[in-house]
Design a binder for this molecule. Structure first.
Ligand code: ADP
Ligand code: MG
Length: 291
Protein backbone atom coordinates (compact mmCIF):
# COMPACT_ATOMS: atom_id res chain seq x y z
CA UNK A 1 0.00 0.00 0.00
CA UNK A 2 1.32 3.42 -0.94
CA UNK A 3 2.09 6.07 1.64
CA UNK A 4 0.76 9.41 0.51
CA UNK A 5 2.51 12.61 1.59
CA UNK A 6 1.54 16.15 0.64
CA UNK A 7 4.08 18.93 0.42
CA UNK A 8 2.16 21.93 1.67
CA UNK A 9 2.57 25.51 2.79
CA UNK A 10 0.02 28.16 1.88
CA UNK A 11 2.79 30.61 1.01
CA UNK A 12 4.16 30.78 -2.50
CA UNK A 13 7.85 30.56 -3.29
CA UNK A 14 8.83 28.69 -0.14
CA UNK A 15 10.25 25.64 -1.91
CA UNK A 16 7.28 23.25 -2.11
CA UNK A 17 7.75 22.31 -5.74
CA UNK A 18 11.53 22.09 -5.48
CA UNK A 19 11.07 19.79 -2.51
CA UNK A 20 8.38 17.65 -4.15
CA UNK A 21 10.33 17.16 -7.39
CA UNK A 22 13.69 16.49 -5.76
CA UNK A 23 12.24 14.26 -3.08
CA UNK A 24 10.46 12.21 -5.76
CA UNK A 25 13.75 11.81 -7.64
CA UNK A 26 15.63 10.99 -4.43
CA UNK A 27 13.08 8.35 -3.45
CA UNK A 28 13.24 6.85 -6.94
CA UNK A 29 17.02 6.62 -6.57
CA UNK A 30 16.49 4.78 -3.31
CA UNK A 31 14.47 2.22 -5.22
CA UNK A 32 11.04 3.38 -4.09
CA UNK A 33 8.26 3.23 -6.66
CA UNK A 34 7.14 6.84 -6.59
CA UNK A 35 4.30 8.87 -8.08
CA UNK A 36 4.38 12.66 -7.96
CA UNK A 37 1.03 14.42 -8.25
CA UNK A 38 1.15 18.02 -9.46
CA UNK A 39 -1.81 19.68 -7.76
CA UNK A 40 -0.87 23.25 -8.69
CA UNK A 41 -2.35 24.88 -11.84
CA UNK A 42 1.04 26.58 -12.33
CA UNK A 43 2.35 23.18 -13.42
CA UNK A 44 5.85 23.81 -12.11
CA UNK A 45 6.31 20.26 -10.85
CA UNK A 46 5.26 19.05 -14.29
CA UNK A 47 7.80 21.21 -16.13
CA UNK A 48 10.48 20.45 -13.53
CA UNK A 49 9.90 16.76 -14.12
CA UNK A 50 10.62 17.21 -17.83
CA UNK A 51 7.04 17.09 -19.09
CA UNK A 52 5.67 20.00 -21.10
CA UNK A 53 2.52 21.29 -19.43
CA UNK A 54 1.41 22.92 -22.69
CA UNK A 55 0.76 19.67 -24.48
CA UNK A 56 -0.98 17.46 -22.00
CA UNK A 57 -3.86 15.43 -23.34
CA UNK A 58 -4.83 14.27 -19.89
CA UNK A 59 -3.93 15.75 -16.56
CA UNK A 60 -4.86 15.67 -12.91
CA UNK A 61 -7.71 18.02 -13.82
CA UNK A 62 -9.39 15.30 -15.90
CA UNK A 63 -8.84 12.83 -13.08
CA UNK A 64 -10.45 15.11 -10.49
CA UNK A 65 -13.55 15.78 -12.55
CA UNK A 66 -13.89 12.10 -13.40
CA UNK A 67 -13.09 12.22 -17.12
CA UNK A 68 -10.28 9.69 -16.87
CA UNK A 69 -8.39 7.68 -14.29
CA UNK A 70 -4.85 8.07 -12.94
CA UNK A 71 -3.45 5.34 -15.21
CA UNK A 72 -4.63 7.20 -18.30
CA UNK A 73 -3.23 10.55 -17.21
CA UNK A 74 0.11 9.70 -15.61
CA UNK A 75 3.41 9.81 -17.46
CA UNK A 76 6.93 8.70 -16.64
CA UNK A 77 9.30 11.57 -15.86
CA UNK A 78 11.98 11.16 -18.55
CA UNK A 79 14.92 11.63 -16.21
CA UNK A 80 13.41 11.54 -12.73
CA UNK A 81 12.79 7.80 -12.38
CA UNK A 82 9.28 8.39 -11.05
CA UNK A 83 5.79 8.73 -12.50
CA UNK A 84 4.01 12.06 -12.68
CA UNK A 85 0.36 12.97 -12.68
CA UNK A 86 0.77 16.28 -14.50
CA UNK A 87 -1.07 19.59 -14.24
CA UNK A 88 -1.51 22.83 -16.10
CA UNK A 89 -3.71 25.90 -15.90
CA UNK A 90 -6.83 23.87 -16.72
CA UNK A 91 -6.65 22.66 -13.14
CA UNK A 92 -7.71 26.10 -11.92
CA UNK A 93 -11.16 25.33 -13.34
CA UNK A 94 -11.50 22.30 -11.08
CA UNK A 95 -11.91 24.56 -8.03
CA UNK A 96 -15.12 25.90 -9.54
CA UNK A 97 -16.36 22.77 -11.26
CA UNK A 98 -15.96 20.55 -8.22
CA UNK A 99 -18.31 22.68 -6.17
CA UNK A 100 -21.24 20.82 -7.71
CA UNK A 101 -19.79 17.39 -6.94
CA UNK A 102 -20.67 15.34 -3.91
CA UNK A 103 -17.68 14.43 -1.75
CA UNK A 104 -15.66 16.98 -3.66
CA UNK A 105 -12.88 16.90 -1.07
CA UNK A 106 -12.09 13.21 -1.61
CA UNK A 107 -11.85 13.20 -5.41
CA UNK A 108 -8.06 12.79 -5.37
CA UNK A 109 -8.13 10.18 -2.62
CA UNK A 110 -10.68 8.09 -4.49
CA UNK A 111 -8.73 8.36 -7.75
CA UNK A 112 -5.40 7.38 -6.15
CA UNK A 113 -6.96 4.27 -4.59
CA UNK A 114 -6.84 2.66 -8.04
CA UNK A 115 -3.01 2.78 -8.18
CA UNK A 116 -2.38 2.23 -4.48
CA UNK A 117 -0.62 -1.11 -5.01
CA UNK A 118 1.61 0.23 -7.80
CA UNK A 119 3.62 2.65 -5.67
CA UNK A 120 5.50 2.72 -2.40
CA UNK A 121 5.15 6.47 -2.10
CA UNK A 122 2.90 9.09 -3.59
CA UNK A 123 3.89 12.76 -3.19
CA UNK A 124 1.49 15.62 -3.81
CA UNK A 125 2.75 19.11 -4.67
CA UNK A 126 0.15 21.59 -3.41
CA UNK A 127 -0.74 25.06 -4.66
CA UNK A 128 0.08 28.07 -2.46
CA UNK A 129 -3.37 28.31 -0.85
CA UNK A 130 -5.56 26.46 1.60
CA UNK A 131 -8.00 25.81 -1.22
CA UNK A 132 -10.22 22.93 -2.31
CA UNK A 133 -7.26 21.52 -4.24
CA UNK A 134 -5.08 21.52 -1.13
CA UNK A 135 -8.00 20.04 0.84
CA UNK A 136 -8.08 17.21 -1.70
CA UNK A 137 -4.39 16.68 -1.02
CA UNK A 138 -4.94 16.63 2.75
CA UNK A 139 -7.86 14.21 2.47
CA UNK A 140 -5.83 11.80 0.35
CA UNK A 141 -2.72 11.89 2.52
CA UNK A 142 -1.22 10.07 5.45
CA UNK A 143 1.05 12.96 6.25
CA UNK A 144 2.14 16.49 5.52
CA UNK A 145 5.68 17.64 4.81
CA UNK A 146 6.01 21.38 5.42
CA UNK A 147 8.92 23.15 3.74
CA UNK A 148 9.85 26.37 5.51
CA UNK A 149 12.27 29.18 4.98
CA UNK A 150 13.89 30.19 8.21
CA UNK A 151 12.64 33.75 8.34
CA UNK A 152 10.45 35.73 10.66
CA UNK A 153 7.21 35.56 8.66
CA UNK A 154 7.51 31.83 8.11
CA UNK A 155 6.41 31.19 11.69
CA UNK A 156 3.38 33.40 11.33
CA UNK A 157 1.88 31.31 8.57
CA UNK A 158 2.72 28.07 10.29
CA UNK A 159 0.00 28.31 12.93
CA UNK A 160 -2.68 28.80 10.23
CA UNK A 161 -1.40 25.74 8.44
CA UNK A 162 -1.27 23.65 11.61
CA UNK A 163 -4.82 24.74 12.47
CA UNK A 164 -6.06 23.74 9.05
CA UNK A 165 -4.38 20.36 9.37
CA UNK A 166 -6.10 19.91 12.75
CA UNK A 167 -9.48 20.72 11.25
CA UNK A 168 -8.97 18.31 8.38
CA UNK A 169 -7.89 15.68 10.90
CA UNK A 170 -11.03 16.23 12.96
CA UNK A 171 -13.53 16.46 10.11
CA UNK A 172 -12.24 14.53 7.12
CA UNK A 173 -9.14 12.43 7.63
CA UNK A 174 -8.15 11.01 11.01
CA UNK A 175 -4.98 9.44 9.61
CA UNK A 176 -3.51 12.82 8.67
CA UNK A 177 -0.44 13.83 10.61
CA UNK A 178 2.44 16.26 10.23
CA UNK A 179 5.39 14.14 9.15
CA UNK A 180 7.80 16.96 9.60
CA UNK A 181 9.04 20.47 8.96
CA UNK A 182 11.81 20.81 6.42
CA UNK A 183 14.12 23.80 6.56
CA UNK A 184 14.83 24.94 3.01
CA UNK A 185 16.83 27.67 1.24
CA UNK A 186 18.90 27.81 4.36
CA UNK A 187 21.70 30.33 4.51
CA UNK A 188 23.92 29.73 7.55
CA UNK A 189 25.49 33.18 7.20
CA UNK A 190 22.22 34.87 8.09
CA UNK A 191 21.81 35.19 11.84
CA UNK A 192 18.03 35.29 11.64
CA UNK A 193 18.07 31.97 9.76
CA UNK A 194 20.01 30.39 12.59
CA UNK A 195 17.67 31.86 15.20
CA UNK A 196 14.48 30.77 13.48
CA UNK A 197 15.97 27.35 12.81
CA UNK A 198 16.82 26.96 16.50
CA UNK A 199 13.36 28.17 17.47
CA UNK A 200 11.75 25.57 15.23
CA UNK A 201 13.80 22.80 16.82
CA UNK A 202 12.88 24.05 20.26
CA UNK A 203 9.14 24.16 19.62
CA UNK A 204 8.68 21.22 17.31
CA UNK A 205 11.39 18.85 18.53
CA UNK A 206 11.88 15.84 16.29
CA UNK A 207 9.06 17.01 14.02
CA UNK A 208 11.83 19.06 12.44
CA UNK A 209 13.78 17.00 9.93
CA UNK A 210 17.49 16.72 10.66
CA UNK A 211 18.36 17.45 7.05
CA UNK A 212 18.61 21.12 6.15
CA UNK A 213 18.35 22.15 2.49
CA UNK A 214 20.82 24.93 1.69
CA UNK A 215 20.20 27.76 -0.72
CA UNK A 216 21.87 26.46 -3.86
CA UNK A 217 21.67 27.91 -7.34
CA UNK A 218 21.87 24.50 -9.04
CA UNK A 219 18.47 23.63 -7.57
CA UNK A 220 17.03 26.80 -9.09
CA UNK A 221 18.65 26.16 -12.48
CA UNK A 222 17.55 22.56 -12.86
CA UNK A 223 13.86 23.20 -13.77
CA UNK A 224 14.83 25.11 -16.89
CA UNK A 225 16.52 21.91 -18.07
CA UNK A 226 13.41 19.89 -17.23
CA UNK A 227 15.24 17.91 -14.61
CA UNK A 228 15.14 17.53 -10.85
CA UNK A 229 18.24 19.07 -9.28
CA UNK A 230 19.10 15.65 -7.90
CA UNK A 231 19.50 14.43 -11.51
CA UNK A 232 20.80 17.65 -13.10
CA UNK A 233 23.80 17.99 -10.80
CA UNK A 234 23.87 15.17 -8.26
CA UNK A 235 27.11 16.37 -6.70
CA UNK A 236 25.84 19.88 -5.94
CA UNK A 237 25.20 20.77 -2.32
CA UNK A 238 21.47 21.15 -2.90
CA UNK A 239 21.13 17.78 -4.63
CA UNK A 240 23.13 16.04 -1.93
CA UNK A 241 20.86 17.56 0.72
CA UNK A 242 17.71 16.32 -1.02
CA UNK A 243 19.24 12.84 -1.41
CA UNK A 244 19.95 12.88 2.30
CA UNK A 245 16.42 14.07 2.98
CA UNK A 246 15.02 11.16 0.94
CA UNK A 247 16.99 8.75 3.10
CA UNK A 248 15.82 10.48 6.28
CA UNK A 249 12.20 10.28 5.18
CA UNK A 250 12.52 6.58 4.40
CA UNK A 251 14.01 6.08 7.85
CA UNK A 252 11.22 8.09 9.50
CA UNK A 253 8.64 6.09 7.59
CA UNK A 254 10.16 2.82 8.76
CA UNK A 255 9.89 4.09 12.32
CA UNK A 256 6.25 5.04 11.86
CA UNK A 257 5.53 1.61 10.41
CA UNK A 258 7.29 -0.10 13.31
CA UNK A 259 5.19 1.90 15.75
CA UNK A 260 2.02 1.01 13.92
CA UNK A 261 2.92 -2.66 13.86
CA UNK A 262 3.93 -2.76 17.52
CA UNK A 263 0.93 -0.84 18.76
CA UNK A 264 -2.31 -2.30 17.45
CA UNK A 265 -4.11 0.33 19.51
CA UNK A 266 -1.83 3.02 18.12
CA UNK A 267 -4.69 5.13 16.83
CA UNK A 268 -6.39 5.09 20.20
CA UNK A 269 -3.19 5.97 21.98
CA UNK A 270 -2.70 8.95 19.71
CA UNK A 271 -6.35 9.96 20.15
CA UNK A 272 -6.03 10.07 23.93
CA UNK A 273 -4.23 13.35 23.66
CA UNK A 274 -7.06 14.79 21.55
CA UNK A 275 -7.29 14.88 17.77
CA UNK A 276 -5.09 17.96 17.53
CA UNK A 277 -2.21 16.12 19.13
CA UNK A 278 -2.63 13.10 16.93
CA UNK A 279 -2.60 15.32 13.88
CA UNK A 280 0.34 17.50 14.65
CA UNK A 281 2.46 15.76 17.23
CA UNK A 282 2.80 16.58 20.89
CA UNK A 283 5.14 19.51 20.50
CA UNK A 284 3.05 21.15 17.81
CA UNK A 285 0.47 22.28 20.32
CA UNK A 286 2.86 25.04 21.25
CA UNK A 287 3.13 26.78 17.91
CA UNK A 288 5.79 29.44 18.25
CA UNK A 289 4.46 32.94 18.57
CA UNK A 290 7.41 34.24 16.60
CA UNK A 291 8.16 36.87 19.20
P1 ADP B 1 6.83 26.96 -4.20
O1 ADP B 1 6.49 25.70 -4.92
O2 ADP B 1 6.60 26.88 -2.72
O3 ADP B 1 6.14 28.16 -4.81
P2 ADP B 1 9.44 26.72 -5.44
O4 ADP B 1 9.92 25.37 -5.12
O5 ADP B 1 8.87 26.94 -6.81
O6 ADP B 1 8.40 27.22 -4.35
O7 ADP B 1 10.65 27.72 -5.17
C1 ADP B 1 10.54 29.11 -5.39
C2 ADP B 1 11.82 29.60 -6.10
O8 ADP B 1 12.93 29.37 -5.26
C3 ADP B 1 12.08 28.87 -7.38
O9 ADP B 1 12.62 29.76 -8.30
C4 ADP B 1 13.12 27.82 -6.99
O10 ADP B 1 13.95 27.46 -8.06
C5 ADP B 1 13.88 28.54 -5.91
N1 ADP B 1 14.42 27.60 -4.91
C6 ADP B 1 13.73 26.68 -4.19
N2 ADP B 1 14.53 26.04 -3.34
C7 ADP B 1 15.77 26.57 -3.50
C8 ADP B 1 17.05 26.34 -2.89
N3 ADP B 1 17.21 25.44 -1.93
N4 ADP B 1 18.09 27.09 -3.31
C9 ADP B 1 17.94 28.02 -4.29
N5 ADP B 1 16.78 28.28 -4.88
C10 ADP B 1 15.69 27.57 -4.51
MG1 MG C 1 5.04 25.35 -6.41
Amino acid sequence: MARIFVVANQKGGVGKTTTAVNLAAALARLGRRTLLVDLDPQGNATMGSGIDKRDLERSVYHVLIGMCDVVEARQASPSGGYDLLPANRELAGAEVELVDFEQRETRLKDALAAVDDQYDLILVDCPPALSLLTLNGFCAAHGVIIPMQCEYYALEGLSDLVNTIRKVHANFNTRLTVIGLLRVMYDPRVTLSQQVSAQLEQHFGDKVFRTVIPRNVRLAEAPSYGQPGVVFDPSSKGARAYLEFGAELVERLARIEREEAGLPGGQRRAGEGGPGDAATGEAAAAAPTSG
